[in-house]
Design a protein around this ligand. Structure first.
Ligand SMILES: Cc1ncc(C[n+]2csc(CCOP(=O)(O)OP(=O)(O)O)c2C)c(N)n1
Length: 571
């Protein structure tokens, strides 16, 4: 049969893993060769953190298991940020590592730290496997836990002592059924709860549907319910692209108003985290909630649903439609039309800003002008990755696309470069654009080397305002104008790119952007280092996000929350 390392490689192959993101090290090298010989490509990176970010993006965009292979000790500790990011975003990835050989256990071996214990709070599974006969069973269970079979999806971590990797494994220990991927669990709620949900949603005057990552794979059913209810729809970054942006229910520019005015909310596979005001009665003052999901977080986190539909999105939405047969939704058409018109107005306003937002007092281009040109250069199936503080906030509203990833609810600066590389490797025929603040770009800038070596055709657009601007602006506002440690030097990122063999140009004038973008797409991998103003105030900055209010993420919501709590105390 061969050794344990070959068995692990075979498991990955049987589970259709075509790419593993990794950085070499003695503790894991026994797995590298078999992985390579199985025809699985190894994307060798410059920092383990980038490997995990790449596995994350690979999973998000392809739906296939993302795998990172990191060496012991500092290899694992470097990977922790990536693991934590996947944990918060609930992304199924498998992180494999090695640990010192068993005969050296607790003796002060090279790179020995309690790895599984370090990552346990941020993983769905974290175990060290120290017996050959357990390897397949544990791998199977690790992947099931990552996929969220009957629980919340997220990262799984497994490591093996290096001597075990070299140990021969008798054929009798190999249970072939363990190679087969498990079918996802399909759950449908009871007829009674479905009926109760129909009552709330079909009698609502101002229904709002909010989707999350649990809605993935249920696009047709989601569209159907939006069409039947004729409601307002909010995607969230984790389920962006499920509903086309020209759908009549899609009104991204009036989200806060929809939350304030809705009288019924259906959440589909979405937790009520800070981005949704924790579902608070101060942010949703009139709504009854129907919550649909397969984990406790989606079903009841922060706010109990008036009806809770424990079920997988596709089957449950389908069952909900069946349960509603014959019922006529009572949606108030005039409210919908008013919302649509407000949304249209704001979106037109945005298009205008993208075309003519004025430069700052420093004479440098407004970030919206840059993003307007990027938007104009995108093909329909482009993959867009956004990273940064202010710049991410501008990009999130400015760029329309069908595939999108960003720093997510972990606010994980630095994902841009690795996310972009993994995307371009997964989709070599599509445009992949990373738009990044200059500070954020720096975290994983060295991965431009990986990008070139791997032939990943990414276009990186760095918005260079020579600062950690969203924090710098907060210092200006809230700390007596004292600017301390939030400025950068306006480094020449184009030169940095060229030094790593990537095409690079620095751009100062908006009118030079269309041609520069064309050259960048032709020469990808390529980087445009674009000088932008520090004076622009982003939507997130205006909403008070960087100030970290006490009760809510945004200052307006925080004020509503304070008022609501005050009113409760008085009552
Ligand atoms: C790893 C990490 N470190 C620090 C922060 C805090 N932070 C949030 S936004 C931001 C500034 C980002 O600067 P840049 O990428 O240049 O974008 P800009 O705000 O200038 O547009 C910082 C430091 C974070 N979210 N993540």
């Amino acid at each position: 049969m061969g050794d344990v390392a070959h068995l692990i490689a075979r498991f990955l192959k049987e589970r259709s893993v075509d790419r593993v993101f990794s950085l070499c090290g003695g503790h894991i090298l026994p797995m590298w060769d078999p992985v390579h010989c199985m025809g699985i490509s190894i994307v060798d990176v410059r920092d383990e953190r980038a490997a995990v970010h790449m596995a994350h993006a690979h999973r998000e965009l392809t739906g296939r298991l993302g795998v990172a292979l990191v060496t012991a000790g500092p290899g694992l500790t470097n990977a922790v940020t990536g693991i934590a990011n996947a944990h918060v975003s609930r992304v199924p990835i498998l992180v494999i590592s090695g640990v010192p050989p068993r005969p050296q256990e607790n003796m002060g071996a090279l790179q020995a730290v309690p790895q599984a214990e370090i990552v346990r709070p941020i993983t769905r599974y974290a175990r060290t496997v120290s017996r050959a006969e357990h390897v397949l069973r544990e791998l199977d269970e690790a992947v099931s836990c990552a996929e969220g079979h009957c629980n919340e999806p997220g990262p799984a971590f497994i490591d093996f002592p290096t001597d075990l990797l070299r140990e021969e494994i008798p054929e009798a220990f190999v249970d072939p059924s363990r190679f087969r991927a498990r079918e996802p669990v399909r759950i449908i709620p009871s007829a009674e709860t479905l009926g109760a949900a129909v009552k709330i949603l079909w009698h609502a005057k101002r229904p709002l549907v909010i989707s999350g990552r649990g809605a993935r794979g249920a696009e047709p059913e989601l569209l159907k319910i939006l069409d039947v209810l004729g409601c307002v729809y909010m995607d969230t970054a984790e389920s962006r692209g499920l509903v086309p942006e020209d759908h009549p229910a899609y009104m991204p520019a009036v989200r806060a108003r929809a939350m304030q005015e809705a009288d019924a909310v259906l959440t589909v596979g979405r937790t009520l985290d800070f981005q949704l005001g924790y579902g608070s009665g101060a942010v949703f003052p009139h709504a009854r909630f129907v919550r649909m999901g397969t984990s406790a977080g989606e079903l009841r986190g922060n706010r109990r649903g008036d009806v809770e539909l424990f079920g997988s999105a596709q089957e449950t939405l389908e069952a909900l439609m069946k349960a509603a047969k014959g019922a006529r939704p009572e949606t108030d058409r005039s409210w919908i039309e008013e919302m649509q018109s407000a949304d249209r107005g704001r979106r037109q306003g945005l298009v205008q800003k993208l075309a003519d937002a004025p430069p700052g007092n420093d004479g440098a281009m407004h970030p919206y002008r840059l993003l307007g040109h990027v938007r104009g250069s995108l093909q329909e199936d482009a993959v867009v990755i956004a990273d940064g503080g202010d710049f991410l906030s501008f990009a999130r509203v400015a760029l329309a696309c069908s595939a999108y990833l960003d720093c997510g609810p972990f606010g994980c600066l630095g994902v841009g470069v690795p996310f972009g590389i993994a995307s371009a490797l997964a989709f070599p025929g599509r445009q992949v654009v990373v738009v990044s603040g200059d500070g954020s770009f720096g975290f994983n800038a060295i991965e431009l080397d990986t990008c070139r070596r791997q032939g990943a055709r990414v276009v990186f657009v760095v918005a260079n305002n020579a600062g950690w601007n969203i924090e710098r602006n907060d210092q200006k506002e809230a700390y007596g104008g004292r600017i301390v440690g939030t400025e950068l030097e306006g480094c020449d990122y184009a030169m940095l790119a060229r030094s790593l063999g990537v095409y690079g140009e620095r751009i100062d004038r908006a009118e030079d952007l269309p041609d520069a973008l064309r050259r960048a797409f032709d020469s990808a991998p390529a980087l445009l280092d674009v000088m932008v103003t520090r004076d622009a105030v982003s939507p997130d900055a205006a909403a008070g996000l960087p100030g970290i209010p006490d009760r809510q993420a945004l200052s307006t919501w925080d004020e509503w929350e304070r008022e609501a709590q005050g009113a409760r105390r008085e009552a």
